[in-house]
Design a protein around this ligand. Structure first.
Ligand code: FDA
Length: 273
């Protein structure tokens, strides 16, 4: 099942998927899978993987960039180590004139991730960070980032968080998504609306009619391809998020949990084994 959502094991397969996205009118956002790394050697290998991936994006003339999880770069080990690793990546992104996104992970990393982001943003402004509408704190985080001119990818949030930090019903998460989206259309610099939810997308289109703000839609590989096509046909900027690598399990479990139908597909694929 994971093959639907993951480009393959290596950077070559990820670049092929990115070129395919480009040929369908989208830009590509490449993520080397991995998270919660507590081994400094693996962190170092991950930094090298991203550096060579950025080079490949340049060499193969992919219209796209990378998106990195802070715990891949050592945030679960040491804040400064993670910041230094990110600085290496942003320095290369700057040389290559590429954008770089930072994924947002579970709430225990939110504060540090935003601090790292704002530090990097001073060095290089073609960077952005994900903000999750399920977190109660996100409106104030968004304002804080906007004050610095930072760039946000708005998502609903993919981790299990306790109620003290996160809204628990879809209605509350969606209502907060709309509230944050309105804030972005009012005060954001370039931003991304990252969702597969038609209601959120329709609201974004409505808001864009009265706005000159530059934004793009972002959707994950393997999900709602017909909607991507519809949006590019209407000439909206669309980016496809493409993960690759051997650590496909946690990412795929999050995708399965998001939709009951995916659970049924999983059950069917296991029975057919
Ligand atoms: P929601 O889950 O409410 O689904 C709305 C509708 O979309 C569903 O009814 C269905 O039609 C469709 N849909 C949703 N998921 C589907 C699936 N798996 N298969 C098929 N259809 C599906 N999260 C995070 O915590 N940190 C991050 O950095 C990121 N980064 C990120 C980048 C990009 C480009 C995207 C699109 C998403 C993320 N996410 C993320 C994940 C995000 O938080 C969220 O978990 C998923 O996008 C699912 O939420 P939706 O907004 O799609 O809505």
């Amino acid at each position: 099942m994971a093959k639907k959502w993951v480009a393959g094991y290596d950077a070559g397969e990820a670049i092929a998927a990115a070129l395919d996205s480009n040929s369908r009118g989208m830009s590509a956002i490449l993520n080397f899978l991995g998270e919660d790394t507590t081994d400094a050697k693996i962190v170092d290998q991950t930094v090298r993987e991203y550096l060579s991936l950025m080079d490949l994006i340049g060499k193969r003339q992919v219209r796209g960039c990378v998106s990195v999880k802070p715990t891949q770069l050592g945030l679960a080990i040491d804040y400064d180590m993670c910041l230094q690793n990110f600085k290496r990546l942003t320095a290369r992104a700057k040389e290559l004139d590429q954008f770089m996104w930072i994924d947002m992970e579970s709430v225990k990393f939110t504060e540090d991730t935003i601090a790292i982001y704002l530090e990097l943003y001073k060095q290089y402004d073609m960077t952005g960070v994900a903000i999750q509408s399920y977190l109660r704190r996100s409106a104030s985080d968004l304002l804080h980032i906007a004050e610095h001119g930072g760039k946000v990818r708005l998502v609903k949030g993919a981790y299990h968080e306790p109620e003290e930090h996160a809204f628990s019903t879809k209605e509350e998460v969606d209502a907060n998504y709309v509230k944050l989206m309105r804030m972005l259309f009012e005060s954001g610099s370039f931003f991304a609306i990252a969702t597969h939810d038609s209601n959120m997308i329709e609201e974004a289109i409505r808001l864009s009619n009265d706005s000159t703000k530059e934004f793009e839609f972002q959707l994950l590989m393997g999900i709602r391809d017909e909607l991507k096509n519809e949006l590019t046909t209407k000439e909206f900027a669309v980016a496809e998020y493409i993960p690759y690598g051997s650590q496909w399990l946690p990412y795929s479990v999050r995708r399965i949990r998001e939709r009951k139908r995916n659970l049924l597909l999983l059950a069917r694929s296991l029975i057919q084994q």
